[in-house]
Design a protein around this ligand. Structure first.
Ligand code: UDP
Ligand code: MG
Length: 319
């Protein structure tokens, strides 16, 4: 019988773990699906890992690991994929904002041959106006950059074992799970869902952490900002040619351009462009620097008892 793994990254979610375990195990047991729940506590500072351990003691289908510090949700997802043993793997939030019922639909589609089942948000739940505006803008830009419609996409998906293995083979450290699964190009189906209200605790994203996430994801998937530097260069060269010829002609005709205003404006504009370009290039160099160091995506400090394996450094699967 095929095994379904559910990967649940959790950061300071002690109030959610027990409820989530109960809801998911009831749902899957009632539908006769062979399952396992894999929790990754992302360096939580509350009792998240203890709750996971309690759950794991009661139910051997529940396993979990804890990071030594907060490595971010992306790292959590990848650690979970690494640990998951299933023939199909579902990634979902552990606050049940991704409705569990949808898993059944995904599972059915997988049995009908889909290799990736994307969860598509049909509503965004209740979010602050800032969050909504910002997320909207971010996805517009992302969709344009990577030429895939990203609005309404989410981390809620089912992946076939083949896709999981491909993702785990990727050597890069700065990953963007949401877009990477598109990128693999496997046969994809979609299923719509309504984002639910968070029951316990609060969202872990602040405006700035979202901003950082957006920039880091946009640049991990596209070099368009770098090409924009070239475009800015070409535009200023054209501009300076025109202005240069005009200045010279005027000079030779005996009436040089007067006034510092032009000079000051030019210096300011060109200086601004230069620094912006340097910043963009610098950002990519920083990314290269991070990748070149080759540090692991995450470090696991503790695991529940029913997990074996070497856990310091990064995860090593023991088959
Ligand atoms: N999360 C995580 N590490 C982080 C931030 C969040 O593992 O650094 C998890 C969190 O526990 C939750 C999921 O990612 O299961 C989504 O986070 P959250 O609900 O805070 O985001 P929102 O639903 O508001 O977008
Ligand atoms: Mg949430």
């Amino acid at each position: 019988m095929a095994l379904l793994s559910i990967v649940l990254p959790a950061y300071n979610e002690e109030q959610n773990i027990e409820n989530t375990c109960r809801v998911l195990s009831e749902l899957l047991e009632n539908n006769g699906i062979d399952y396992e729940l894999v929790f990754i506590s992302d360096g939580s500072r509350d009792g998240t890992f203890e709750r996971i351990r309690d759950a794991a003691e009661k139910n051997p289908r529940i396993r979990g690991a804890e990071f030594s510090r907060n490595f971010g949700k992306e790292a959590g997802i990848f650690a979970g994929l690494e640990m998951a043993a299933g023939d199909a793997v579902v990634v979902m939030d552990c606050d049940l904002q991704h409705p569990p019922q949808v898993i059944l639909k995904m599972w059915e589609m997988w049995q009908d041959g889909a290799q990736i089942v994307e969860g598509i948000k049909s509503g965004r739940g209740r979010e602050s106006i800032w969050h909504r505006l910002f997320a909207g803008l971010f996805y517009k830009i992302m969709s344009a950059l990577i030429k895939i419609d990203m609005n309404a996409s989410s981390d809620f998906k089912l992946l076939d074992r083949k896709v999981v293995d491909v993702l785990l083979e990727l050597p890069e450290r700065n990953t963007f799970f949401r877009a990477l699964s598109f990128w693999t190009g496997f046969q994809t189906k979609t299923v719509c869902y309504e984002v639910q209200e968070r029951q316990f605790g609060k969202s872990k994203w602040s405006f700035w952490s979202l901003m950082k996430y957006a920039i880091s994801n946009a640049t991990s998937f596209s070099t368009l900002p770098l090409q924009m530097v070239t475009v800015m260069g070409v535009v200023s060269i054209l501009f300076s040619l025109i202005l240069g010829v005009q200045t010279l002609v005027k000079y030779l005709m005996g009436d040089a351009v007067e006034g510092f205003t032009t000079v000051i404006l030019l210096i300011l504009i060109i200086g601004g462009f230069l620094m912006l370009s340097l910043g963009i290039i610098g950002h990519y160099i920083a990314r290269i620097y991070e990748e070149v160091k080759g540090r692991p995506k995450y470090i696991i400090s503790r695991v529940t008892e029913n997990v074996q394996g070497n856990v310091v450094g990064s995860w090593h699967r023991k088959d």
